[in-house]
Design a protein around this ligand. Structure first.
Ligand code: CA
Ligand code: CA
Length: 369
């Protein structure tokens, strides 16, 4: 794959925002644009594979409205997540958690797999890159010690030689004590390779969002409509002043062990925050507009996103990107609120970082009609 070096095109994914609806405890009426989720009926098609939960599939409202006028709504109106439209997905199994370091280590031990971040970049893949920059490594969050303008992500991201999944912050760091933390510094091809080995695949973004919404419609968060119900933090995101002060009042300033916070109604953990998660779709900001128009008011069935050749990010034209979901421990209502349900992220397939991981899905052996 061709890409501009270094693997920083990824930074564009951080241009975001979001928020919260200040609703009370009682179920709030659906916001305009949303209709109830209609889950497929019937039991799961068999016993759950280890570590997976059954997602029944069905019809739901995909996308998000503009959160910017709400409390904790953040600065981004999220136009790439509209129009909100009806989508159907078949049922599937999904990993309850992000793939952990110990799970990824088992894959590497069994296969000898070497991740992209551990390989020296090839000059032919990065034409024009200075030879001294063609070293194995990955992108690491390196916060400044003082406030900086939020329009220049290079102020808090660095390409660190020697950073990889075993060394999340670079040489000298390790996985000690982080066995149950999500694996990070995985490029898209690494996530795909793991999924193949595990007899799984990566989710489409429609599957991911159906699962993350947990059968509810139009909620801002997997747990409801308030960012901090009762003052509690229910996800690993960023508190303090971004990017120089992370108070960690949710318990963590970097990744958290998977499953630390409550699960959503389907039994999925960390679908808001902790680490971003790769999805199978190629990204373009008008993907929803295109597929909704093609359905002409009908239901879009099992969408798989646009073709690679048409992938487009206006922030970095010419660089195909895959969709990412969930937001991470670096997301905050001061800058990036993409822990909100329905929001979308994106990144170049070759670009891992220390806040990007994945989880897998598996199709049932036999579908009921
Ligand atoms: Ca945190
Ligand atoms: Ca996550």
């Amino acid at each position: 794959m061709k890409a501009t070096f270094p693997r920083l095109p990824y930074l564009a994914l951080l241009a975001a925002a979001g928020g919260l609806a200040g609703a009370g405890e009682a179920p709030a009426p659906l916001r305009p644009g949303y209709a109830p989720t209609v889950e497929n009926r019937g039991p799961a098609p068999g016993p759950a594979p280890a570590g997976m939960v059954w997602i029944p599939g069905g019809e739901f409202s995909l996308g998000t409205d503009d959160p910017t006028r709400e409390i904790c709504g953040g600065p981004d109106p999220m136009p790439d997540a509209r129009p909100i439209h009806r989508v159907y997905v078949d049922g599937f199994w999904m990993d309850a958690t992000e793939v952990t370091n110990e799970e990824f280590a088992r894959f590497v031990a069994a296969t000898g797999y070497v991740t992209l971040a551990e390989k020296q970049p090839r000059p032919e893949d990065y034409p024009g890159a200075p030879p001294e920059l063609l070293v194995a490594g990955s992108v690491v969050f390196t916060p400044p010690d003082r406030p900086v303008p939020l329009d220049h992500a290079l102020a808090w991201w660095s390409y660190v030689p020697g950073a990889d999944w075993r060394h999340p912050e670079g040489p000298g760091s390790s996985l000690e004590g982080r066995e149950r933390h999500p694996v990070v510094h995985v490029a898209y091809e690494d996530a795909e390779a793991y999924a193949r080995w595990a007899g799984k695949r990566l989710p489409t973004e429609a599957e991911w969002e159906f699962a993350a919404r947990g059968g509810r419609a139009g909620e801002r968060y997997p747990w409801g409509s308030e960012l901090q119900p009762g003052g509690r933090w229910l996800a690993n995101i960023w508190e303090g002043r971004f990017p120089h002060e992370n108070t960690g009042v949710d318990g963590f300033t970097r990744t958290a062990p998977v499953g630390h916070y409550p699960a959503n109604p389907y039994g999925l953990y960390d679908v808001a925050g902790n680490v971003w998660e790769w999805c199978g779709d190629w990204y373009r900001p008008d993907a929803y507009a295109i597929q909704a128009a093609a359905a002409d008011g009908g239901v879009v069935r099992n969408p798989r996103g646009p073709a690679r050749e048409t992938s487009y990010d206006p922030q970095e034209p010419g660089l195909p990107k895959r969709v990412q979901r969930s937001g991470s421990f670096l997301c905050t209502d001061q800058y990036c609120t993409r822990y909100m349900l329905g929001s979308r992220g994106k990144g170049a397939p070759d670009t891992g970082s220390n806040h990007l991981g994945f989880r897998c899905v598996r199709d049932p052996a036999a579908r009921r009609p």
